[in-house]
Design a protein. Sequence first.
Length: 115
Amino acid sequence: RQRWFMSVAAPEAEATQATDSLSRTMLILSIICLLIVAGLTIVIARQLVKPILIIRDECMLLADGDLRDRKANVTTEDEIGQLAKGFRDMRANLHSLVTTVHSQAEQLAASSQQL
């Protein structure tokens, strides 16, 4: 049995041209995909954080005693939406309570003046 060997000589640049081109293409596609994923991540993160920021602002106004009725644009049915509904209900209840206390204080003042 004889074993035959064949050898080919070619310039290195010519031999690796196809793989270099493929490597460049893969690198460019990877960068494009990375940019798309980063952009989508930013958009989704902003959409998730926006309702939380609205609720935070409403909470700060409520803490400052501002009981005016404002419609927060949080209408989701998830936990964030339930939290927003809880704050709306709390504001309405506090407003009602303050109105009742104010009314009763006026009645008490009027009654004490009559005495």
